[in-house]
Design a protein around this ligand. Structure first.
Ligand code: GFB
Length: 306
């Protein structure tokens, strides 16, 4: 039975993969090894000797975290990826999937975002360090395929959300941050503060769907070019907030803080490649995904990542 190694298993997609109860899977978290250190990375790969790898380990964050830690996000993600892809190659991993995200695309880009356009211009300033580091994942995967024939593929999910996310008010992505903020607003009877105007659009995709698509890609996708994993459905931040408010039962006042960053106005992605491979795949509707995430948060609070 092929042994699957999941790096970054302590996060959002790792949690979703664990819920699929895979046999022969080893879940690595930052407690097991510091993947910015090559010696530790090589040692843990040599110990586990995986046949396949789902590489989720990364330093990630929402717009707040990205703007505050551009250098750290660049350095740590470059080091993690250089180390993990090289350690995998040295122990002959047969299939390897890693993840970029739609924030890697150029800020000035034709819509919908297409895998071919990734390097055609600088990313949005709010994601500068992270986006360039993540772009190198694709470069490294292609370079390894060219020189050593490594079947290393790259997926590009859009904005992923779900249980066991990072619910930090400063560094978290919009869905977990707003769930946490809404929870505190209800508890402390204060206003719910949204960043910006609420008008930016995002394609939200549920973590369980990405976990299933990662397993599908591991078995069925071997193109050199990345593949976008998205519903292709844009939802405004305002509508996302309204769904969270409904599911949380918040009755207080919503205030928009225009001094806070908004990031890219929209990032509509081209889902044609995924539809060609999987015309029948059904994504979890955002109402259901947010409902499950809210339930998870409320029943696990305060022991959530925040
Ligand atoms: O998920 P998010 O933080 O990052 O979404 P991006 C940010 C959008 O939600 C902006 C609005 O338009 C914010 O103005 N927003 C409103 C909030 N209230 C809040 C809040 O309380 N917290 C946060 N975080 N946002 C991410 C990249 O960009 O996209 C990641 O930073 C990753 O690296 C992800 O690539 C896919 O969607 O702007």
């Amino acid at each position: 039975m092929a042994k699957l190694l999941v790096t970054g298993a302590g996060g959002l997609i790792g949690y979703a993969l664990k819920s699929l109860k895979l046999s022969e899977a080893v879940y690595l978290t930052r407690k097991d090894a510091d993947l910015t250190d090559f010696a530790q990375t090589k040692e843990i790969f040599n110990k586990i000797k995986p046949d396949k790898v789902i590489h989720l380990a990364a330093q990630v964050g929402g717009i707040g975290g990205n703007m505050m830690h551009s250098g750290e996000y660049f350095r740590n993600n470059i080091m993690i990826n250089i180390n993990v892809l090289e350690a995998a190659r040295l122990c002959n991993v047969k299939k390897f999937i890693s993840f970029m995200s739609t924030c890697v695309f150029p800020d000035a880009c034709r819509y919908p975002l297409n895998e071919k356009d990734i390097h055609n211009g600088p990313p949005h300033p709010s994601n500068f360090g992270y986006a360039y580091a993540k772009r190198m994942l694709e470069v490294q995967s292609v370079a390894y395929r060219k020189e050593w024939g490594c079947d290393y593929i790259v997926a590009i999910p859009t904005n992923v959300y779900g249980p066991n996310d990072n619910f930090s008010l400063e560094d978290g992505h919009v869905v977990p941050s707003l769930i946490h903020k809404c929870y505190l607003a209800m508890k402390n009877k204060i206003d719910l503060i949204l960043w910006g105007t609420g008008s930016p659009l995002r394609e939200m995709v549920y973590s369980k769907d990405i976990a299933e698509l990662a397993l599908w890609a591991l078995e069925n996708y071997s193109e050199e070019a990345p593949i976008i994993l998205s519903t292709g459905i844009e939802t405004s931040i305002m509508d996302i907030a309204q769904i969270i408010i409904r599911k949380m039962g918040f009755k207080g006042k919503v205030v928009y803080d225009a001094t806070k960053p908004e990031g890219q106005l929209r990032k509509p992605s081209d889902t044609i490649k995924l539809r060609k491979y999987l015309p029948e795949f059904k994504f979890t509707p955002i109402e259901k995904g947010i409902e499950e995430t809210v339930k998870w948060f409320v029943s696990n609070y305060p022991n959530v990542r925040k």
